[in-house]
Design a protein around this ligand. Structure first.
Ligand code: ADP
Ligand code: MG
Length: 461
């Protein structure tokens, strides 16, 4: 589903023409050399200098190894994840005590966004402010995949657009490679735009139907005045190969592709400028399950090859289970829980996360019934509930939940939860309020299990 006011094409990500000498390198200034990146061969400039600009300092410490604990216990750093030894996009900052600590690639701190809601045609009903994003703090290390998960309307796309500075934030700070870019002008942002790209759910909306694949992929290079004609053609072929499309696809048009191929094209378009950060906004939500897996595998392969960091947005926890390093769960504009992926799936600390987990289809019909029992409508973001925003749907809500916004509590290293009762909830999977079934459902479940048992004993005979 496309978010209102979403940019139509990726070139609208401020890829204005940067005044650069013709034939400038593709690689961003100061990006690190990657040993494992295929196709990033260092081409010689006319004057004999390599394309990659003189390097950023080599990092000595891995990203996110230092858990920067905020006083209020908000999730801030990327604890314990680094897969790669060196991460792009991280300047080495010197700490007072002399240790080198890399800042995260992207940091969002206390981010907020309110929209003016439109009035109805004949009345003022619905007028007011939409509290789309409220006090969101997240950090993403170079090479990391952070999933942002929540139901439709929870503010995920708005966070993405704020992070890329496509929308002005109402509150908070956005840092990229340690630099506060919250108020940077468009011209100052221009060189950075190349390092931050986006993949959308519906590639049709981001690909100009009148352009063929070559033109689509070449456009960002032309806009940024990168490479000669021959070099651009080479880059287009290379990026097509990286997303497993054939060179002959270059002359085709978006409508000639299948959904999965079109999403490969959307990914190619995001990669052509060699970004460090790719925000994937529900990139597989519109695809068949079998194609979803292909696209996710492709994204993972590309991450390994190119050292990309992903902010991967999904409304479905199942999609991110095998690809995300960490998961941030969002509800009605606020973060509810942040945890390393395995930890989140094994020990979800927030009742909302538990509800999302129960929504994942399982062969056991009991879960299906429980889901119907607990799921209900999302309240209006123009009048979000006071206190904990989830309290109107929460089976554990008490008085305090209706009155006070919960503080962050750390349940395990890197696992933080914004719930008043986080430490007192029944362990996940035990029969707490969310697991109780209505009597009819209980009866059906008993019958089902009985039949399963009969079947298995029959087949054993
Ligand atoms: P998600 O991506 O999680 O589905 P969004 O970030 O698209 O959520 O939207 C969050 C809330 O902000 C929704 O209630 C949506 O209607 C509202 N919203 C998003 N963009 C705008 C806009 N340009 N004007 C007014 N409201 C908006
Ligand atoms: Mg969205």
């Amino acid at each position: 589903m496309s978010a209102p006011g979403r940019p139509k094409r990726e070139s609208s990500l401020g890829e204005e023409v940067a005044k650069r000498p013709e034939g400038r390198p593709f690689s961003a200034p100061g990006r690190p050399k990657r040993e494992s990146s295929p196709g990033e061969e260092v081409a010689k400039r006319p004057e004999g200098r390599p394309f990659s600009a003189p390097g950023r300092p080599k990092r000595e410490s891995s990203p996110g190894e230092e858990v920067a604990k905020r006083p209020e216990g908000r999730p801030f750093s990327a604890p314990g994840r680094p897969k790669r030894e060196s991460s792009p996009g991280e300047e080495v900052a010197k700490r007072p005590e002399g240790r080198h600590v890399a800042p995260p690639l992207l940091e969002l701190e206390g981010l907020g966004k309110t929209f003016q809601a439109h009035r109805g045609l004949f009345s003022n009903r619905g007028a007011g402010r939409v509290f789309a994003v409220d006090d969101v703090s997240l950090a993403l290390a170079g090479g990391e995949t952070l999933a942002l998960v929540g139901e439709s309307g929870s503010g995920k796309s708005t966070v993405a657009r704020l992070a890329l500075r496509l929308l002005p934030a109402t509150a908070g700070t956005i840092r990229f490679r340690g630099q506060d870019i919250t108020h940077w002008s468009d011209s100052r942002l221009r060189p950075l735009r190349r390092s931050m790209q986006m993949v959308f759910q519906d590639p049709f909306a981001s690909l100009n139907p009148r352009m063929n694949v070559r033109q689509i992929l070449e456009e960002p290079l032309i806009v940024h005045r990168l490479g000669s004609t021959a070099e651009r053609a080479e880059r287009v072929t290379e990026v097509l190969r990286q997303v497993n499309l054939a060179p002959h696809h270059a002359t085709r048009y978006p409508h000639e592709f299948s959904g999965g191929q079109r999403q490969r094209l959307g990914i190619a378009r995001a990669l052509v400028l060699r970004p460090d950060l790719v925000i994937c906004d529900e990139p597989v939500s519109a695809l068949d399950v079998s194609i979803q897996a292909q696209i996710i595998n492709l994204l993972q392969d590309l991450q390994r090859q190119l050292g990309l960091a992903y902010l991967f947005i999904a409304h479905d926890l199942a999609v991110v289970k095998h690809m995300a390093d960490r998961v941030a769960v969002m509800y009605l504009g606020r973060l509810m829980e942040v945890a390393p992926t395995a930890q989140l799936f094994a020990h979800p600390g927030h009742p909302y996360t538990r509800m999302l987990l129960q929504a994942i289809p399982r062969p056991d019909p009991g879960y299906h019934i429980a889901r119907q029992d607990t799921a209900s409508e999302l309240p209006s973001p123009t009048a979000p509930p006071p206190g904990c925003r989830f309290h109107t749907r929460c089976p554990h809500a008490t008085e305090i939940c209706r009155e006070q916004i919960p503080a962050w509590q750390e349940l395990a290293p890197g696992h933080t939860v914004a719930c008043h009762h986080a430490r007192n909830l029944p362990p996940y999977g035990s029969s707490g309020p969310t697991a109780t079934l209505p009597p009819v459902a209980e009866q059906r479940l008993r019958l089902y299990r009985q039949r399963q048992q009969e079947r298995s004993t029959a087949s054993a005979d």
